[in-house]
Design a protein around this ligand. Structure first.
Ligand code: UT7
Length: 333
C-alpha cells in the first residue's frame, strides 16, 4: 500500500498572559459587546516582551514529540508569518533547541493557511521517502506586527503555537491524512499585508513616504473571500477522499471569526454542533489556529479516535486550502 502521512502526536502552547476584550476596551475605542457579536472572540493570549515565535514553537513541538513518544524526527517544517528574524528561518532555531540534531528544518510562509501548507509539505517529504517522521509546527506572534491603534486587527489576533508529528503509515490507518487541496491568488495580495520591512520597501532605504511596519487587512473583502474559498476547498477535499458532508464528524476551520466559520458550516450543510470553536478564548492565532483547535477538541472529548475530520483555512497571499483526516488514538502532549 502507498506510503501515507499519519498523525502520531499533537501538542500546543499558549503564552500565559491573557488580554480580554475588556482590557482592549481600556486602550481602544471598542467594547466587549462589539468584539463578541462581530467575531465570537472573548479573549486572546499575548506574549510578553522578550518572548519570540520560536519560544512558543519549542513548547508546542516538545509536547507533540512527547505525545508521539519519540525523541527525534527526520525533518522540521514550521509555518509562520512572524519569524524571529527575517533571516534565517525559525525552524532551524526550534530544531536545535529541541535537540533534533542536523535534520532539515525550514519555514513555510502561507499566513493563516500556513499549517495546511506545512502539512502538505511534510506529507510530501514522507511519500517521496525523504523522511519517515516530520515535526510540523504552526506558530505565530501577530501581536508583534499589529498597529497598536488598529481596533479591527487587535480585536481578533492572538499569539500561540500548535504542532503535530507526522509519520509514515498507510491510508487505511486512523490518523491518515487525506489529499490536501491548496490554492492561492497573489493578485489580491494587498488585502492582507505588511507594507514595509521587506525588499519592496526596506526600512533601511529612505523613501518619500512613511514606512508602515504594521499588518494591514481589508476586513470585509477578506471575510467574503474566506467564506467562498474555504467552502469550495472543503467540497473539493471531500470529493478527493470520497466522503459526503454527512460523513464529517468535525469541521476544524481556521479560527478567524465565528461568523465566517458559521457561514462556511451552513453553506456546506454541516450542523453547527460539528464545527470546532476555540477562538472565544484564543482569537485568531494564524498558523497555530488549526492545531490549537485540534488540541482543544481532543482534550474536551469533542474529537475521538476514528472521527472523520475536515480541516480548512484561509489567509494572506491570498492562500486557502482544505484536507481530511481520520483522527488517531493519541493523547495531546
Ligand atoms: O485570518 C485570516 C484572514 N482574516 C479574516 O478572515 C478576518 C476577516 N474579517 C473579519 O473578521 C471582519 O471583517 C472584522 C472582524 C475584521 C471586522 O468586522 P466587520 O463586521 O467586517 O466590520 P467592518 O470592517 O465592516 O467595520 C464596521 C464598523 C466600522 O466603523 P464605521 O466605519 O462603520 O464607522 C469599523 O471601524 O465597525 C468598526 N470596527 C470596530 N468597532 C468597534 C472595526 N473594528 C472594531 C472594533 N470595535 N474592534
Amino acid at each position: 500500500m502507498k506510503r501515507t502521512a499519519v498523525v502520531r502526536g499533537l501538542g500546543s502552547w499558549l503564552p500565559p498572559r491573557l488580554v480580554t476584550n475588556h482590557d482592549l476596551a481600556q486602550q481602544l475605542d471598542t467594547s466587549d459587546d462589539w468584539i463578541r457579536s462581530r467575531t465570537g472572540i472573548g479573549a486572546r493570549h499575548v506574549i510578553t516582551p522578550g518572548v519570540a515565535t520560536s519560544d512558543l514553537a519549542v513548547q508546542a513541538g516538545a509536547r507533540a514529540l512527547k505525545s508521539a513518544a519519540i525523541k527525534g524526527v527526520d525533518a522540521v517544517v514550521l509555518a509562520t508569518t512572524t519569524p524571529d528574524y527575517l533571516c534565517p528561518a525559525t525552524a532551524p532555531l526550534v530544531s536545535a533547541r529541541l535537540g533534533l540534531g542536523n535534520v532539515p528544518a525550514f519555514d513555510v510562509a502561507a499566513v493563516c493557511t500556513g499549517f495546511l501548507y506545512a502539512l502538505a509539505t511534510a506529507a510530501g517529504l514522507i511519500s517521496s521517502e525523504v523522511a519517515d517522521c516530520v515535526l510540523v509546527i504552526g506558530a505565530d506572534t501577530f501581536s508583534t506586527v499589529l498597529d497598536p491603534q488598529d481596533r479591527s486587527t487587535r480585536a481578533i489576533f492572538g499569539d500561540g503555537a500548535g504542532a503535530v508529528v507526522l509519520a509514515s503509515g498507510t491510508a487505511d490507518e486512523i490518523g491518515a491524512l487525506g489529499p490536501v487541496r491548496l490554492a492561492s491568488d497573489g493578485a489580491a495580495a494587498k488585502l492582507i499585508y505588511i507594507p514595509s520591512g521587506g525588499s519592496r520597501d526596506p526600512f533601511r532605504t529612505p523613501t518619500a513616504r512613511q514606512a508602515d511596519p504594521f499588518f494591514r487587512m481589508e476586513g470585509r473583502a477578506v471575510f467574503r473571500q474566506a467564506v467562498e474559498h474555504m467552502t469550495s476547498s472543503c467540497i473539493a477535499a471531500l470529493h478527493d477522499i470520497g466522503w459526503t458532508v454527512d460523513d464529517v464528524d468535525l469541521l476544524v476551520a481556521h479560527q478567524a471569526n465565528l461568523r465566517i466559520m458559521h457561514a462556511v458550516t451552513d453553506r456546506l450543510g454541516v450542523p453547527r454542533c460539528r464545527c470546532a470553536v476555540h477562538l472565544d478564548r484564543v482569537g485568531n492565532t494564524a498558523a497555530a489556529s488549526i492545531p490549537l483547535a485540534l488540541d482543544n477538541a481532543t482534550r474536551s472529548g469533542l474529537l475521538l479516535p476514528g472521527h472523520r475530520v475536515l480541516m480548512t483555512a484561509f489567509g494572506g497571499g491570498l492562500t486557502w486550502g482544505a484536507c481530511t483526516m481520520r483522527w488517531p488514538d493519541i493523547e495531546p502532549g
